[in-house]
Design a protein around this ligand. Structure first.
Ligand code: AQP
Length: 347
């Protein structure tokens, strides 16, 4: 039987949401509601792989759910919830810890980056959870047999690993899967959906560094809740080179900062990089930066206002997250029942 076209994605509440999260993930979640069953999660269990103040974790959890809705996700259509409310994520994550190999995890560049920044040379100082992060991520996706995951470029390697885990599970348990009369391809080989001009938004201060929640420099990151003046100031002060904009995308090669700002403009206006350069080719930054600032404010300001309204109404947010968790569980539980039988757990 073919798998239901179903999308899963999540964001971890580990800091204030930024333009990279918006363009690389959230904005792209919205149109998928028309074509897929959509499940969007706030992955709080991933957030605690590095220390989080519990009060901040709670606040960011509400903020991300609010950002989903304020950006156009309809909670009656999409399933919106926080991961820890559906305990099956942890259960399948554990099973996948026993399917995945230590060597697979050790190759993950995100782990190497984070272990580097947390523990210096000594990657043994980081949590065990951080090391196992990708197998919990595989569980998030496969718990719903999701066929696609919209993410930014930085998550591509983790999605490859999700496919490796699905393949190994399907292979290791093929006899049991067949014996139970289930489809041989029990877990799908989920596709990563990394599309659009801004799948890797870079820091405004350093075109070689990803824009990230945990960047210490405020000026390098546009936050979704930044006010209009702050957004304009950050864009106007963004690092660039002295050259005018080229007329074709090729002319952006070797100009990381310029390429980043043009990609942001393209993604915010739903145009291609070429279309943006058609309009701005030959212009200097004095023309382009104010236009980008106006565009960013016109997209982000109404979202921020709506986010604030939603986070102020915790009762409503709790209702939405609770309802989403109930609907998520209804999909996950029958799949977990099969997994337990396949693995040989007695119930
Ligand atoms: N700079 C980015 N450009 C495009 N997409 C991005 N994403 C993150 N940064 C960029 C996408 O946002 C989604 C959620 O990411 P996450 O919060 O789960 O983890 P992350 O990728 O580690 O994000 P951060 O902001 O860098 O958080 P910290 O600093 O806490 O690690 C994913 O789809 C991701 O691709």
């Amino acid at each position: 039987m073919p798998f239901t076209p179903r999308v899963f994605s999540g964001i971890k509440p580990s800091g204030d949401l930024h333009l990279g999260n918006y363009l690389g993930a959230i904005r792209r979640f919205v149109p998928l509601q028309q074509t897929h069953e959509t499940i969007y999660c706030v992955v709080d269990m991933h957030a605690i792989t590095v220390w989080q103040e519990p009060e901040d974790l709670r606040r960011w959890t509400y903020e991300i759910a609010a950002a989903y809705i304020a950006s156009g996700l309809d909670p009656n259509r999409s399933i919106i919830f926080n991961q820890s409310q559906v305990v099956e994520h942890a259960e399948l994550g554990w099973i996948f810890n026993c399917v995945a190999r230590v060597g697979w995890m050790a190759r993950m560049t995100q782990f190497k980056d984070k272990a580097g920044s947390e523990g210096g040379e000594n990657s043994e100082a980081v949590s065990l959870g951080l090391f196992a992060y990708p197998s919990l991520m595989a569980a998030d996706i496969l718990l719903y047999k999701a066929t696609g995951v919209p993410v930014g470029e930085d998550q591509r390697q983790h999605l490859e690993l999700t496919r490796d885990i699905a393949k190994k599970f399907n292979h290791d348990f093929r006899k049991q899967i067949k014996g139970l009369g289930l489809d041989e391809e029990f877990f799908p080989l989920t596709e990563s959906m990394v599309t659009g001009p801004a799948t890797r938004v870079m820091s405004l201060r350093d075109g070689k560094k990803k824009m990230s929640k945990s960047d210490a420099s405020d000026m390098s990151t546009i936050y979704m809740m930044d006010g209009a003046d702050t957004i304009s100031k950050k864009i106007k002060k963004a690092t660039t080179d002295p050259e005018p904009l080229p007329s074709e995308a090729q002319g952006l090669e070797g100009r990381a900062e310029a390429a980043n700002l043009v990609a942001i403009y393209a993604a915010l206006s739903d145009r291609s990089v070429d279309a943006v350069l058609d309009e701005y080719g030959g212009s200097g930054w004095g023309r382009f930066k104010p236009a980008l600032a106006d565009l960013a404010v016109s997209v982000l300001a109404p979202i921020a206002t709506q986010m604030q309204r939603l986070v102020d109404d915790r009762a409503e947010m709790d209702r939405i997250l609770g309802n989403g968790a109930d609907r998520a569980r209804a999909i996950a539980q029958p799949i977990m029942d099969d997994v337990r039988r396949i693995v040989g757990f007695v119930r």
